[in-house]
Design a protein around this ligand. Structure first.
Ligand SMILES: [Zn+2]
Length: 204
């Protein structure tokens, strides 16, 4: 009977833990306009304590301590559901990626085949976890973003490599999303409607 109670207590504690994880997970911030970016100098001046205050615990663990978010988590579900837009660094607001290079890699983390602003993204060799990988960092604030892998093939590209041969595997927790301006989409729709009207005119 004692063992049963103990097992029950463990099961309850585990479900509470999982629930808290899901609840506490950072949701990717969404803004209407491009956030104001820090300069490289401003970012370099920030102390570890200041970074800790500016960021959520999850963002801090990833950006400043090279952590990794849980795959297939809440932030990934949000990322997958997002339409066109630009992705900024949650640390310094530098532009990093765009939905134009976003693709479904089926790996559980946001994937891009190229940065949208190459000068804002840098890489370095990472020999942690008994592997040799290429770490991806924000060139502006030195924040850890994820890793980049090469030479892989994906169903999204009919079993071929991405156009660059690369997959930037990025933690969604450290990205800020700004959807492309609404007016662009609206203008496109209006144009299409107009051309349809013109096409149908001769038939009258
Ligand atoms: Zn940054």
């Amino acid at each position: 009977m004692k063992i049963f109670s103990l097992l029950l207590a463990v099961a309850v504690a585990w479900s509470v833990y999982l629930y808290a994880q899901e609840k506490g997970e950072t949701v990717m911030p969404v803004a209407e306009e491009a956030p104001k970016a820090m300069t490289k100098e401003e970012a370099a001046k920030l102390t570890d304590e200041e970074w800790r205050k500016r960021l959520t615990p999850e963002q801090y663990a990833i950006l400043r301590k090279a952590g990794t978010e849980r795959s297939w988590g809440k932030v990934y579900k949000e990322f997958k559901a997002q339409g066109g837009g630009t992705y900024y660094c949650a640390g310094c607001n530098a532009e990093l990626f765009s939905s134009k290079e976003k693709f479904d890699s089926q790996c559980g983390w946001p994937s891009f085949y190229d940065p949208s602003k190459a000068k804002n993204v840098k890489t370095r060799e990472d020999r942690s976890a008994f592997m040799v990988r290429t770490e991806v960092l924000c060139a502006r604030c030195d924040g850890h973003l994820g890793h980049v892998f090469t030479g892989e093939r994906f169903p999204a590209f009919n079993g071929e490599q991405t156009p660059t041969g690369q997959r930037y595997c990025i933690n969604g927790t450290v990205l800020k999303f700004v959807p492309f301006a609404k007016e662009d989409g609206e203008a496109e729709k209006t144009e299409k409607k107009e051309s349809k009207t013109k096409e149908s005119d001769p038939a009258k």
